[in-house]
Write a protein that binds this ligand. Structure first.
Ligand SMILES: [Zn+2]
Length: 157
């Protein structure tokens, strides 16, 4: 599952290019943050309604609103922090070691192959950590970008 998610992540970066992928990750992350804030408003509304309600049915529905808001808020915050963590993990490795330009294209020269034949991601032979081959569009320098270990949740591509 971890490898599949890393490959999906690498394919997403390869498809859009780093800069567009990174921009989209930041937008996605902050949409999840807005979702978290909306869920917290639902929790506050549920608590407020629970203090006004008199019947058992009303209190149950208010309690359901609070619990639903808490669950949705926790999920949204988890997606927010995960999306941002992945974007920052990749973004920290996006500076070209040759010229310092921020951003890269995926592919180019594979470690053991001709130019243009590299798959979006591969496991490092020594460490086994999945990485992708980054190519600088300015100076044509190549370097490896490590992919984060991702759990069962589907990354946003
Ligand atoms: Zn460069």
């Amino acid at each position: 599952m971890k490898r599949t998610n890393q490959r999906q992540l690498a394919a997403g970066i390869a498809k859009r290019g780093f800069r567009r992928w990174y921009e989209r990750q930041l937008i996605d992350a902050h949409l999840w943050l807005v979702g978290c804030l909306v869920a917290m408003i639902l929790v506050a509304a549920g608590v407020e309604l629970a203090t006004l309600g008199t019947g058992t049915a009303e209190r149950l529905s208010d309690g359901a609103l609070v619990l639903g808001g808490l669950a949705a808020g926790a999920y949204a915050f988890r997606r927010y922090s995960r999306t941002l963590m992945v974007a920052e993990f990749i973004g920290e490795q996006a500076d070209c070691p040759g010229c310092g330009r921020h951003g890269f294209r995926v592919g180019g020269q594979a470690p053991n192959g001709p130019t243009g034949s590299a798959p979006p991601s591969h496991a490092h032979p020594a460490t086994g950590i999945d990485e992708l081959t980054a190519a600088c569009p300015r100076c044509k320098c190549h370097w490896a970008v490590r992919l984060p270990a991702l759990g069962p949740e589907k990354p946003t591509s």
